[in-house]
Structures are given as C-alpha cells and as structure tokens.
Ligand binder design. Structure first.
Ligand code: ADE
Length: 882
C-alpha cells in the first residue's frame, strides 16, 4: 500500500509542473466561458462598444470594445478581464473592430498590467525590459503575441498604446492554463554575479521578479523560478535569445551569504494546501563549483497569522559528482498542511543555482474547520490504521506517514474517503491499462523497439498506422464524433493488434490504402516544376522507396531515427563493416558537454594528434600546432544492445557520406566501451539555437549591437540545407528528422545536416511520445508519415518546408504553436482528406512571397506535386546574394 501511495504521489507530482509550450489554451473570450461581467474597462465609447464586445473573432454589438473618445499618447485606458482564478498566461491575441467590413479601428500596440489579488497591480515587461507589444496593422487580422515571460495572474488589463491621437478598438483572446501550484509569491536572497577567471561572467539574478527588492532580498513576487523555463546543463548557455550568460538561473555563492551555509526562501500560497512534494530544478555543473543542494529543511505555517511549526521536514539529497546534468530534485513534503513554507537549502559546493521551483499539493476544503493534521489524514486515511504519528516527521523522505483521525467532521471525512477510493480505483485502472498496452506493444512483431516506437516501411505495401491518442472533440471529428460515420475515414489506433497487419488495415481503410499505394512510390517520384506544383505521374512499382545502393542497405538509426531501408540482421554488423579508422581514445581530452540524448552524450573534446592520424586527406583545417577540436558522441555504458547496434549502424552510414553540407565522421573508438564516434566540431552549434538568439539585421540592431542575421544569410542557409538534402536524396537516403535543430553551423556559417539524436532533451517538446515510448517529430512530419508511417524523400521535402518556415521565423516559434500534439495529428487527417480544413503554417513576415509558395509546394497533399530537392536547390540558388 505504501508503494501504491508513493505511486499516487508520483502521478500527482508528474502533473505538478507547467510546460509553457503546451499551456496555450484559449481561456474563453471567444467562446464565452469568460462571462460578460468579468470583462470590464476604464471607459466605453457607446453601449454597443462595451467591454464585453471585446471577444475575439466575434462581431456582436458594434464589433469590438472601444474606449471613449480619441486615445492620446498619455492615456491609460484599459480593458480588464477577471479570469476567475490564478492562471499561467502565455499568449495574448488581439484584433481590431472589423464589424463585417465597416470598422477600421485597431490598436497598433499595447501594454499589460496584471494583478493576482485585484488590489496590487504590476506592469508586465518582456525579458529585455520592454513593456510595449506590437499589435494590429489592420482591423481584421489577428496578432498573436507570446508572453516572454508568462504572467501568473487572475486579473489582466490590456492598455492600448498610441503615438498619435487616434480611435482604438480591440477584440481579445487570452491563452494559458490554470496555475495549480497556487504559489503567489516567493522571497529569496538576490541572485549574484559569477566572475570566473577566463570565462564570461554569469549574472544569476532573478531578472523577471515582480515583487520588491529590499536589503538584498526579493519579497512578495514571482519571477524566473516560476516561468516554466528550465535551465540548461551548462548554466552559461540560455534558452532565451538576446540575454546574458546565466540568465536562466537564480544562483548564490556560499560565502557571500555569511557563514550560514544555506539559502533561505519563503513561499506563500493562495490558500491553505496539503503539500505532497516540492520540485527544485537545480544545476549540477560541478566542474564550475555548482552542485545541487546537500539537504533542505522546510517549516510550515498553517495560516498567515500563525507561528512556524517547530519541527521541519528534512530531506537529504544524494550528491552526484559524475553526471553534470541539471535536474529536478523532488523533496517529499509528507502531506503537511500550510499556507506558507520556509525552506533552507544547504550548499553542497561553492555555488547553488535554481531555475524552477514547483509545488505539488491539494487544497484543503476549509481553512477554518480543518486542522493541519486532519488534512494530512484526508490523503492518507488508508494508512491511518497502520501508523499513528502526528505532524512533521523529520528525515522521512520516503515515508508517507499518517495521523490518527480525531473525532468529529465525520461528513467531511467520509466525503474525502469516498474521493480517495475513487481516485485509487482510477489509478488502478490506469495502471492495468498501461500494462495491457505495454504487453500489446511487446507482442507486436519487431516493428516496435524497446526504447522507442518507430514505424518502418520497407516497401509500398508495408503500411502501419500510428496510434493517436483520443483527440479532444472538435466539430465533425474525433473518435466518437461524426467522423466515424464518414465511410472514407476512420481514426486508427496503432495499438490495436489488427493494425499491425497491413492487409487488415487496407480492408478497414480502403481509401487510405489506395492513397498509400499511390503515394508510396515516393522514392521514384518525378521532379515537378517547383514553382507550380503541378501533379506528376507517380510510378507504380513494387520496389521499395529507397535504392538498393551499398550505402543504405542497412537500417540506419541516428538518434531515434530509422532509415527506411531493408532489414539487415542486427548481429551481422561487425567492425569490418565500419570504414572509419579507430582513434586512440586516450588522445581525446574532454572540454565540455555539448548535448545529451536518450542513449548518450556529445562532448567537445581536444583530439591530440588527429591531423597526423588522418593524414593527407584530412578534411580538417590545419590549426598550426593547436590541437584539433572535435565533437565526440559517446554511447551510454548502460545502453541496450539494440541502441548499441543502432549506434554502430549510424557509424557505418555516416562513414560513407561525403558532402560539404553533411556532418563529417572523422574517426571512431569502437574497439572498447564506451563506443564513440568523432565528428567535426561546429562552433556555432545548432541552427535553431543560433537563429533564436538573433534578430533580423536593421539599423536598430546595428546601433544597439544586437546579434543579427540578414535575409541573404537566411537564404544562403536554406540553399545549403537544400544542397545537403539533394545529396542524401541522390543516394535515396531518407533522413526522417530534418529540422533546424538537426542542422549545425561552423564559424563561417557553413551548415551541415546532422542528426545525433542528442537534441532530444533540449527540444523534447518538438517530439511526440506515444505511451511514453515513441518519439516522433510530428510537427515536421508529412501527413503520410503520421498516418501511414511512410517516410520517403518526399516526406523529407515536407520537413524541408517546415525547416524553411523555422528559418524565416528565426526559430522564435514552434511550428503550429497554437495546436496541441493531438491537434497536429488531427490536422494531418485534414491534409489527407484535403477538404480545405487543414491548417497550414502561416507566411512568416520576413519570407518573400515566392519562397512561401515554395514552402506550400513542399506541403502538397499529393506526393508527386511536391518538388524534389534538386528542384528546390535550383529554385533557391538564384535568391542568394541578390
Ligand atoms: N552538437 C552535436 N554535435 C555537434 C557538433 N558536431 N558540433 C557542435 N555541437 C554539436
């Protein structure tokens, strides 16, 4: 039972963290879940432009909210929305007054003020301190602004901003999700500056903190510890662009806080809550003197006006001197009841750095009637007969202890008991269901791997359908919706054993199967005129969609990718298959970690004597006496034998690729463990990180020294990727995971396509998990890859279109960022049906129209209508240096 309760705690804890990339739900302006009474304003021009007409995409009244009179530059007119509860607000959408083409008023810019309690108002600023957001350019187009940082609030005010006297009207949608943590403020010592000799200094302050700063402490606000941004392993690198090293972390130096050896923080909550755990995301880069805390003691205060309970909960961590990864440390809080917490985090090294703190709790039904110990009971009654300890039990990290039930409050107790029993039944059901599903997966013919489920298609006729989890109901679709009555299309579930058999699948989905056959000839598809997307004849042959060249006559896996080629028995791969030379591993000197993935890590290393080792034909520039820097991908010692084989196969494939725009394998260390592959080092990292940290070149970027790229740089990057892909396509080699995260840049901005599978951690939200196993880049995948598991050069072309889109949005947004993963899968069904309901990626403002047309061709529903890489290369090349 203990085990079971721990399991429940873990389940609860798993839900206890906000992921800003997924917390983007419309909060109810458009659909009316936000009531008229909750939408107010500083003024309104007419009854027909009252605040409740500020609903997004709606046309009631005179079509929008308009404040009274002309808006002056000095005005602070506002539209206020009460969200009814604390909310993690991530996106704001605005429109002007369109009124069926009779309106023309809109806000060109706005500011945001917010309040968690309706009394104290704060002004929002972006991460660079700018409070004003650009908004609409006409009365009808919606403009969606991501909030960086997001806002935790209940009340929000949109304040239109103008430079000239003008009339302004607005319609609005707010996006986010409930803030279930309930944390309304934390206090902590101010973060500090780290100035290591020979390295850039890192400013470890809380730069978005919205409370007060007093005597070197932060009071009464929230900031970077609750913005949902998790710091990287190397605290000097940041997830945000245009910010300084150390930005993602709040950090302190041990000796700077007196001799106490700890950092004290206080956390205040919206109401009394029953705490199961606290999760602290902590850096552990011990090579720079940073470690997670050695222990933490937390005291509880049941009400605001009450003393601290005497006994703290103490939790000791297991320190880790081997793995420098940043990590979440989960501190069990033993279901203590409190309205505020005070925690002391003890240093384990010179520095301690946190990027996020979250709390997992349930709130107490009534603060006045239930005592803290009674609340403890609410969660743990099943254990009450076994244990009799009352309130805090020190150093009992894993002990889900309980209290004896006091007399009285019987009704509440019974209600709680029933709730708990129901919860237990649901959890048991979920566990049994998971076990059943896992069994089905295991039984499936070896198409499904232990580590991940990847769909292989080795010929036109070998079709597998990916399961999609139940999709939120949407008009006309969904498992139980009208779509099921559509004779041509049915949602299919991969885990259903019948779909493991392609013949059965075709019976079930005749239309899909026809389409699959028609499109499965992707390997031999003709090269259309790239600018016109005209349909071309598709070869009907039974040949696989890859060429049987020597180079790809094996199944290649890079990261979690599988190249769609005929099966080679795994065991037959031996050292003699690998043409790269064995390099003495003791000559590789570790410098720093570049990335980490499911199966291993990538390190930056100095390779002593590599130039001499490679001899005449070395592709590396001569660094005149300097040792050579290389990237070393190393397989984890505990990797499965499947991962090991995949690693060797990746080496074999890479050793035979030779193109200026494909990452070069230099040598390997495979004679002993851990297996390593050594590739050229790309100084500018991956293209996604590179672009997301830059703005488009302008006089402003020049004047302010802001890192920038020009349009011509972007076009040159696109051409290089097209060129690398042209080479792969000429070998009939299917990449399967083309995206900016898998393109690397050297110091001269040469791009090389790679896929080490190591970006999975950093970019985990780009991949879609099925049953926690399959990892698929669904936002880059063609509809036939999602629905039929079919990967071809033509689906690489689709991904190339998405990659172009990323490039011209400077990687500031994830593709289809407003769609959930399930909706992306649903959208691929719309692509298949092709009834005009599919959602395309929008034209990035930077992107020349002809280039957007090219992207749209890449997303043609019918495979023969998609351009070839040769065609794309030829179409893009003339744009460079114009
Ligand atoms: N990350 C993964 N591989 C890399 C490489 N070759 N160069 C730089 N960063 C990398």
């Amino acid at each position: 039972m203990h085990l079971f309760l721990l399991l429940i705690l873990q389940v609860i804890a798993a839900f206890g963290q906000i992921d800003p990339t997924h917390c983007r739900y419309a909060l109810g302006m458009e659909d009316g879940r936000i009531k008229d009474d909750d939408i107010t304003a500083s003024s309104q021009w007419y009854e027909t432009t009252a605040p409740h007409y500020a609903r997004f995409n709606r046309e009631e009244g005179d079509g929008a909210w308009c404040p009274e009179g002309q808006l002056e530059p000095s005005d602070s007119q506002y539209l206020q929305v009460d969200l009814g509860r604390l909310t993690f607000l991530t996106v704001v959408g605005t429109q002007g007054r369109y009124a069926r083409n009779s309106g023309k008023e809109y806000a060109r810019a706005y500011r945001l003020n917010y309040s968690r309690d309706g009394l104290l108002w704060k002004s929002w600023r972006n991460r660079l301190g700018n409070p004003v957001m650009d908004a609409n350019k006409n009365a009808y187009t919606s403009v969606i602004n991501d909030l960086h940082p997001p806002i935790i609030t209940r009340y929000i005010r949109l304040i239109p901003v103008t430079k000239l006297s003008t009339t302004v009207c607005m319609r609005v949608e707010l996006y986010g999700c409930p803030w279930d943590d309930g944390l309304i403020s934390y206090s902590a010592p101010e973060g500090q500056l780290m100035m290591p000799p020979g390295y850039p200094s890192a400013s470890l302050n809380d730069s978005t903190y919205d409370g007060a700063h007093e005597r070197r402490r932060l009071f009464g606000g929230l900031g970077q510890l609750t913005d949902g941004v998790i710091g990287l392993d190397n605290f000097l690198l940041t997830r945000q662009y245009n910010v300084w090293p150390g930005y993602d972390y709040l950090g302190w130096r041990n000796d700077s806080l007196g001799t106490q050896g700890y950092v004290e923080m206080e956390f205040v909550f919206d109401r009394q809550r029953n705490f199961t755990s606290m999760k602290v995301h902590s850096n552990n880069m011990f090579s720079r003197g940073v470690k997670i805390f050695s222990s933490v003691s937390c005291w509880f205060k049941p009400r605001l006006i009450a003393g601290w309970e005497v006994e703290p909960v103490v939790f000791k961590t297991v320190l880790d001197d081997r793995n420098p990864s940043a990590r979440y440390v989960t501190v069990p809080l033993n279901r203590h009841t409190a309205k505020s917490l005070r925690c002391r985090f003890y240093f384990a090294d010179v520095w301690m750095m946190f990027s996020e703190i979250s709390f997992q709790s349930v709130f107490c039904p009534s603060e006045d009637t239930i005592l803290p110990t009674q609340m403890t009971l609410v969660v743990t009654t099943p254990l009450a007969s076994q244990e009799s300890t009352v309130t805090p039990i020190p150093e009992t990290a894993a002990n889900p202890s309980a209290s004896v039930p006091p007399e009285g409050n019987t009704a509440i107790l019974i209600g709680c008991l029933v709730t708990i029993i129901l919860l237990l039944v649901i959890v048991i059901f979920l566990i049994l269901w998971c076990q059943y599903v896992c069994k089905v997966l295991e039984k499936a013919p070896r198409r499904i791997h232990d580590e991940e489920m990847t769909v292989r298609l080795s010929s036109c006729s070998d079709t597998i359908i990916l399961q999609t989890p139940p999709v939120p109901p949407r008009s006309g679709h969904g498992p139980s919706g009208p779509a099921n009555t559509d004779p041509h299309y049915e949602r299919v579930f991969l885990l259903d054993p019948q779909y493991q058999n392609p013949a059965m699948l075709r019976n079930k989905l005749p239309e899909l199967s026809q389409s699959a056959e028609a499109s499965a000839c992707g390997g031999g598809y003709a090269e259309p005129d790239v600018t016109q997307c005209t349909p071309h004849q598709c070869f009907h042959n039974s040949a696989p969609h890859y060429a049987e060249t020597d180079i790809v006559r094996l199944q290649g896996v890079t990261g979690s990718n599988m190249y769609a080629v005929p099966a080679l028995t795994v065991d037959s791969l031996t050292r003699k298959d690998i043409s790269a030379a064995e390099f003495p591993r003791q000559q590789l000197i570790f410098r720093e970690k570049l990335g980490e993935g499911q199966f291993g890590e990538v390190h930056l290393c100095e390779a002593e004597g590599l130039l001499e080792f490679l001899g005449e034909g070395s592709p590396l520039p001569d660094r005149e006496g300097h040792s050579v820097l290389v990237a070393v991908k190393q397989l984890r010692a505990d990797a499965t034998s499947q991962a090991r084989n995949d690693f060797l196969k990746e080496i074999k494939i890479m050793s035979r690729l030779n193109d200026p725009n494909i990452i070069r394998l230099l040598c390997v260390c495979v004679s002993s463990d851990p297996l390593c592959m050594v590739t050229e080092y790309m100084e500018n990292g991956d293209l996604n990180m590179f672009l997301s940290q830059r703005e488009i070149e302008s006089t402003l970027t020049h004047a302010n020294n802001i890192p920038s790229v020009s349009l011509s740089n972007l076009l040159h990057m696109s051409v290089q990727i097209a060129s690398g892909m042209k080479y792969l396509a000429s070998l009939n080699f299917v990449h399967r995971d083309l995206a900016t995260r898998n393109c690397l840049l050297d110091r001269r901005l040469t791009i090389k396509i790679a896929d080490f599978g190591m970006s999975r951690n950093l970019y985990s939200s780009d991949y879609y998990r099925i049953q926690g196993r399959a990892v698929l880049p669904i936002r880059w995948m063609a509809w036939e890859s999602i629905l039929l598991g079919k990967f071809t050069t033509a689906s690489d072309v689709w991904a190339f279109g998405v990659t172009l889109w990323e490039i011209f949005t400077l990687c500031k947004e994830q593709p289809y960022s407003l769609l959930s993963d399930e909706q992306v899968i649903e959208n691929s069904g719309e692509f298949f049906r092709n009834q005009g309901r599919q959602i395309f990626l929008y034209a990035p403002p930077l992107c020349p129209p002809s280039l957007f047309e090219l992207m749209m061709c890449c997303w043609s529903r019918d495979i023969p209508n998609r351009p070839s890489f040769e065609g794309l290369f030829q179409a893009l090349r003339p744009h460079v240096n114009q």
